[in-house]
Design a protein around this ligand. Sequence first.
Ligand SMILES: NC(=O)c1ccc[n+]([C@@H]2O[C@H](COP(=O)([O-])OP(=O)(O)OC[C@H]3O[C@@H](n4cnc5c(N)ncnc54)[C@H](O)[C@@H]3O)[C@@H](O)[C@H]2O)c1
Length: 434
Amino acid sequence: MKSRKSRNERALRLAVIGAGSRGRAYSEYAEITQKQLEIIAVAENIKKRREIFSKRFNIPSSFQYKSGEELLKAAPEADAVLIATPDRTHVKMVKAFSEAGYNILLEKPIATEIEGVKEIADIVTHHNKQLFGVCHVLLYTPLTRQINKIIENDVLGDIVSIQSLEPIGYWHFIHSYVRGNWRREDISSPLLLAKSCHDIDWIMHIMQEKVLSVSSFGSLNHFHEGSKPKNSSNRCIDCSIEKTCPFSSCRFYRNQLINGSKEWPLDTVISDFTHEALEQELKTGPYGKCVYSCDNTVVDNQVVNIKFVNNKTASFSVVAFSDADYRKTRIFGSRGMLDTDGKTINVFSFLDNLWEEIPINMMDGVSAVKGHGGGDFELMKSYIAAWRSGDYSDMNKKTIEGCLSHQVVFAAEKARKEASVVQMGDFQLLHDLS
Ligand SMILES: NC(=O)c1ccc[n+]([C@@H]2O[C@H](COP(=O)([O-])OP(=O)(O)OC[C@H]3O[C@@H](n4cnc5c(N)ncnc54)[C@H](O)[C@@H]3O)[C@@H](O)[C@H]2O)c1
């Protein structure tokens, strides 16, 4: 039965497709504000995950589905679907759910092939009565809001160049990109697409200029058989040098279990938070493997250089070899520069020859590694606000801009693989949308 309440009087009813880390992360917004968001259905392949998720969000058994495809057939009445399934399923899911008339919130990457990005851009353009959001969460953080204000107030003058570093963190990298689901380009996507497509999107959002050309270098420098220490074995659990290896899975996951955490990344390794379940996983599962004996192919370091129109430039680096930390960014303008470590913003004015520190109001309980510095919940807030207002133009425009920035990621990958400079004019499929 259709709800008689107006959109302003009730929560957005969300069906979640994929109850993994990201499905859960956005759904948690319903726990802090039930008036805004209600999780009404879930589709999840893994039974145990589906059950735990359903219990947590009070989803009745008749609204629990084994797959997105099953949910689509049942067509539950929902205001939107969140697509938080693996990278390579995104295009198919968006096609099917948009065809069925649902509003969509899609996890990044939009697609793993440039042709898929074009298909999504066409869908968003032609179904403009539906709301499309893409989870480029960096656009929604309090940090970005504050930086946008500084730029709007012309404190920096004309932006000439941007420098940005994404320090993934060694343990996050080995968890996801050496042992985990994003380790191989052929089954997920390249690192730049999987991890940093929203960084490239963010740089383009700040620069507000068309991209002309792109170059990139990067390699799988360290996490391969050639770096394997002598006397190490293929699993940490029986490795003679485990105690001195910084990448020991035993140390990392056991410590998380001992500390009582049931959160990511341990929740991707086990769903029964017991010593026995973890030891079994360390003995037999992918997360117990030696980091030098996995079948990973994605790069562990990459740099991207971008040339914009009006001779503006940006450089972006992503690295595994760091603590898990906020992104570090500098924006250079004609009247001043901005420097942020993700926790504070410092602005230097050429006129005053002075630095000024500008604090960022972070939400409680969010950090660089949890909640994307507030971006996850702020995205949900913006999506719900767009749905309530009925004005989808800004969010749909951001989705199209996301498609355009994905093109730059594909161009960077081409440049890296061919050791060339890619001219966007020769490369892009989406000329008409910019
Ligand atoms: N926005 C971000 O910053 C960010 C961060 C990490 C991951 N991601 C992206 O989010 C997506 C999900 O990542 P994750 O970390 O939650 O992965 P995950 O593996 O934890 O969760 C994905 C879930 O989807 C389920 N699934 C697969 N096919 C399905 C289907 N047909 N129907 C229903 N369920 C299905 C899987 O069983 C799994 O539980 C990926 O595309 C990933 O690249 C985005």
